[in-house]
Design a protein around this ligand. Structure first.
Ligand code: ADP
Length: 262
């Protein structure tokens, strides 16, 4: 009956423009995820936001540029982020667990099995795993050494645990036929049977907000990766966490990429 669902939430959904946490949205998201879990689904959340939360906690006026400073901030912020998740999920009597991953772990088979075993055991205990990249270990100055973006991390995790679907919460309603921030007449595409070059051409480079990271192209790469493994992928607007209900209840929301028939 229930589905195994990976939900990815980005910094732009979790924070205000000034970088501080949007508690209201975070609380709504946690409530919806608890409810979806109560319906019998197994939910895994991939959450960004550690650096932004660290900046807020240390009251830094701007984002540092040096990698080691960003890593230190992420280490501070991750702690606070999990504290908030623990608090909000705890309000509905749900338990969360933290899993920090690196690309190396996800790509090495014996280590991968450790992660899968942990996640499955947490699911059996009705605990919701919250995954993020281990920023202390992942060094983005070495090309190929990190995921680049949590969109790809969420795709790799979804594939690894054999999820039924990946839902990417974004700061936009889904994929448009051209960048809606540039073109007023851009139209939302609700369903995409196959991701080819034409689809990639619709996405402009770069993130949409000062806090976004990957942009639409990384979301398409993530969607491509999971759909090839037979997993349904959707991009929906994270501004309204209740959109998750509408998506799961097939109310035609966001953009859905059909899985390849295996
Ligand atoms: P998030 O922070 O939600 O992960 P990103 O900023 O990484 O979001 O990516 C979403 C952004 O991608 C949108 O806000 C938009 O500015 C940009 N974008 C570029 N091309 C498109 C497109 N064709 N359809 C939708 N969004 C697009």
């Amino acid at each position: 009956m229930g589905e195994k669902i990976v939900v990815k939430v980005g910094t732009s959904t979790l924070t205000y423009e000034n970088g501080r946490l949007n508690f209201r949205r975070m609380e709504q998201l946690c409530k919806v995820l608890c409810d979806l879990q109560n319906r019998g689904n197994k939910i895994l959340l991939v959450s960004s936001g550690a650096i932004a939360v660290g900046m807020g906690k240390l009251a830094l006026p701007s984002r540092p540029k040096e990698t080691k400073q960003l890593q230190a901030l992420a280490a501070v912020g991750q702690c606070e982020l999990m504290f908030m998740y623990d608090k909000f999920f705890g309000e509905y009597n749900h338990t969360v667990a933290q899993i920090l991953l690196t690309k190396h772990v996800v790509e090495t088979e014996p280590k991968q099995n450790n992660v899968i075993n942990t996640v499955e055991t947490l699911f059996d205990m009705n605990i919701l795993p919250i995954v993020n990249e281990n920023d202390t270990v992942a060094i983005d100055e070495m090309p190929g050494e990190n995921f680049g973006d949590n969109d790809m991390l969420s795709a790799m995790v979804a594939t690894m645990i054999g999820a039924d679907r990946l839902i990417i919460l974004s700061d936009i309603d889904g994929l448009y036929d051209k960048n809606p921030r540039q073109f007023e007449d851009a139209k939302l595409i609700t369903s995409i049977p196959k991701i080819d070059e034409k689809i990639f051409e619709m996405a402009a480079d770069g993130a949409g907000s000062n806090r976004g990271t990957g942009g639409m192209k990384t979301k398409l790469s993530a969607a491509q990766r999971v759909t090839e493994s037979g997993i349904v992928c959707s991009i929906i607007n994270g501004k309204r966490p209740e959109n998750l209900y509408d998506l799961i209840d097939n109310k035609g929301i966001g953009t859905t990429f059909a899985p390849k028939q295996l």
